[in-house]
Design a protein around this ligand. Sequence first.
Ligand SMILES: [Zn+2]
Length: 235
Amino acid sequence: MNIMSAVLAESDTLPPVTGFYQYVVAANGLFIRAADSRIEACASVAGAGGLPGLVEVEPFAQLKVPRLSDRFLIAVLDSARRHLPNEAMYQFEYLGGHWSCSMPHGKASPTALTFADNPQAVVDLHSHGSLGAFFSSVDDGDEQGLRFYVVIGKVDTAEPEILCRAGVYGWHVEVPVTTVFDGLGPFTDVFGRADEAEPVEEDGDDVDNSAAAVEEGVDYTESGLAVVKWGLDHG
Ligand SMILES: [Zn+2]
């Protein structure tokens, strides 16, 4: 199988993705799409103004397996609050018909995370602690897989925020959180929020790792998430 392929969007129904990922040339620009057994997504790479002979393509992303229960979000918020002022990382895996959540082994500070990636993860979720939910330039650099990426913020307040996007090997498409979870739990989805003031950027390079807040050795047994092993109850 070739790593990549390309197709012209000549009708509204595109053929199945071949290769690891596929470029789609559409009337409205260039897209990249990919799929595995759990996720399917198509993200815009570059816009164009009406290429003749082709149809338009809309970016999209969806799970090919049942969505996650929003009870996970309650547990994640609870855990993220325990890790304040630090950020925190959670990964969701779909195995044997069930979702499970774990915190990867790693290191966290108030502005940065390093962790041992679970390559089977379908959804990555990280906490920005007391900052808002947005995708920083650091997140853009980190989030390079075919996966859903979720960020939560303002977790120290009564109105925590959440934002979700799908990644297609470095290209991203923001989607409502309910694309991935069956509810918002305690969060407000900031999908589509107008670009107000530029959010404060995370900057991993400036992290003061001598700060007392740096945590090491968070692992799969992190208290609280051990109970996050619910099966799906979609009837
Ligand atoms: Zn981030």
